[in-house]
Write a protein that binds this ligand. Structure first.
Ligand code: KG4
Ligand code: ZN
Length: 345
C-alpha cells in the first residue's frame, strides 16, 4: 500500500510517500523558517500562503522521486491538527481533493501521533507498549503508548513547551528564531556548571512539566550579568551566552530525563522513546541513552531529520491506520486543538 503524506500544520511543508512493503519512497520538505525569522515567530497568514505555493510542486516532485504516478497511490494522509488553522486547511483541502479525484481514502492524522510514531521509520523499531517523551515547539508530554491509537497522557506542560523554552531563551540571548538548535550548538562550548538554574517541578510528585520559571531565572541571570562592566569585552559576552546556553540546556535535560525515569518506574515498561523537534537535541539523546543500562530498558529516538516536522511521519501514521481498514468519509478536517487521548484505532 502506497500512501501520500501531507504535513502543513505549522511552518514546514512536508510531502512523503510511504510504501508498507518497501518503506519510504519519497520525502520532500520545504522549511519556511527564513520567511518567519524577521517576525521572531511564525506569522500564520504567511505560513498558509506559502504552503499553497509549495504543496503541489512538492507532491509532483515526490511522485518523480518515488517513480510513481498519482494513480499508483492507495491513500492520502494529511495532518488534521493540532496546528495553525489556515496552514492545516491547505493540507487537508489538497489531500481531500486529491482523494476525491483519485477515488482514494483520505485519512486525517494527529500531528503528535505522527511524531510519536516517527521512530518506526527506522529499521530498528520500538515495540509497543512504550513510554514516549513528546517534546516539540508546542507540546511537552509523557505518554503511555499501549498500542497505536491507545494513548494516555501521563504528564503535560503547565505552561511553556520544552521547544518553546529553548526558543524563548535563544531569543533572549540574541540567537534568532527558532533558536533551539543554535542554542544547543553553542551550549557545547559552554560551562554547564557556571549557573545553577532551577529544575522545575522535580521536587513534586507527578509527571507534569513547567518551564516558565526556568525561563525567568535565565532572564534574571542574563540581565544581572550583562549589567556588569566586564561584559564590555565582546569575548566575555560570547562566553556568557555559551555558559548560559549550557546551564539552561542542562536544567531542561536533567528535568526531562528524571521525569522519563519516573514514567518508566510508574508504568513498568521496558521501552522509552523520544520524539518531536527537541528530540534532535544531542545532549538529551545521550542522557536518555544512559538510562538503558541504569534502568535496563531499550531507548529509541528518530533519525535527526524525522525529529522535526516532516511528511514521512504523517505518511507512515496514515498508512498504519489505513492498514487497519477504517471507514473514511473524506470530509475535510482541520482541528487547531486536538487531544491525543481522543484517538482510537
Ligand atoms: O516538532 P517541531 O518541528 O514542531 C512542532 O511540532 O512544534 O519542533 C520544533 C521545536 C522548536 O522549538 C525548535 O527550537 C526545537 O524543536 N528544536 C530543538 C532542537 N532542534 C529543534 N530544541 C533543542 N535542541 C535542538 N537540537
Ligand atoms: Zn511537530
Amino acid at each position: 500500500m502506497k500512501v501520500l503524506g501531507i504535513e502543513t500544520s505549522c511552518d514546514e511543508t512536508g510531502i512523503a510517500i510511504y510504501d508498507t512493503n518497501n518503506g519510504l519512497l519519497a520525502d520532500q520538505l520545504y522549511s519556511q523558517v527564513e520567511l518567519h525569522a524577521q517576525y521572531g515567530g511564525v506569522f500564520p497568514e504567511i505560513a498558509s500562503r506559502d504552503h499553497i505555493k509549495k504543496i503541489v510542486p512538492l507532491i509532483r516532485q515526490a511522485c518523480v522521486d518515488a517513480n510513481i504516478t498519482l494513480q499508483d497511490l492507495d491513500g492520502i494522509a494529511y495532518t488534521a491538527g493540532p496546528g495553525l488553522i489556515g496552514a492545516l486547511l491547505v493540507g487537508s483541502s489538497v489531500g481531500c481533493s486529491l482523494a476525491w479525484a483519485l477515488d482514494l481514502p483520505a485519512i486525517e492524522v494527529h500531528h503528535m501521533e505522527g511524531h510519536l510514531l516517527a521512530p518506526l521509520l527506522d529499521d530498528e523499531k520500538p515495540e509497543f507498549p512504550f513510554v514516549c517523551l513528546l517534546v516539540s515547539g508546542g507540546h511537552s508530554m509523557l505518554v503511555d503508548v499501549k498500542a497505536m491509537g491507545n494513548y494516555t497522557i501521563l504528564g503535560d506542560t503547565l505552561d511553556d513547551a520544552a521547544g518553546e523554552a529553548f526558543d524563548k531563551t535563544a531569543k533572549l540571548l540574541g540567537l534568532g528564531y527558532p533558536g533551539g538548535k543554535v542554542l544547543s550548538e553553542l551550549a557545547v562550548q559552554g560551562d554547564k556548571n557556571r549557573f545553577k538554574f532551577p529544575r522545575p517541578m522535580l521536587n513534586r510528585p507527578g509527571l507534569d512539566f513547567s518551564f516558565s520559571g526556568l525561563k525567568t531565572a535565565v532572564r534574571i541571570t542574563w540581565m544581572r550579568e550583562t549589567e556588569q562592566e566586564n561584559y564590555c569585552k565582546e569575548t566575555d559576552r560570547q562566553q556568557l551566552v555559551k555558559d548560559i546556553a549550557a546551564s539552561f540546556q542542562e536544567a531542561i535535560v536533567d528535568t526531562l530525563a528524571k521525569k522519563c525515569q519516573r514514567a518508566i518506574k510508574q508504568t513498568g515498561y521496558k521501552t522509552l522513546v523520544i520524539a518531536g523537534g527537541v528530540s534532535a537535541n544531542t545532549q538529551l539523546r545521550s542522557r536518555l541513552r544512559q538510562l538503558e543500562n541504569k534502568l535496563r530498558i531499550k531507548f529509541y529516538c528518530p533519525a535527526f531529520k524525522y525529529c522535526t516536522d516532516n511528511g514521512a511521519m504523517i505518511a507512515l501514521a496514515g498508512a498504519m491506520r489505513l492498514l487497519r481498514e477504517q471507514n473514511y468519509n473524506n470530509k475535510i478536517k482541520a482541528y487547531p486543538r486536538w487531544n491525543l487521548e481522543e484517538l482510537t484505532l
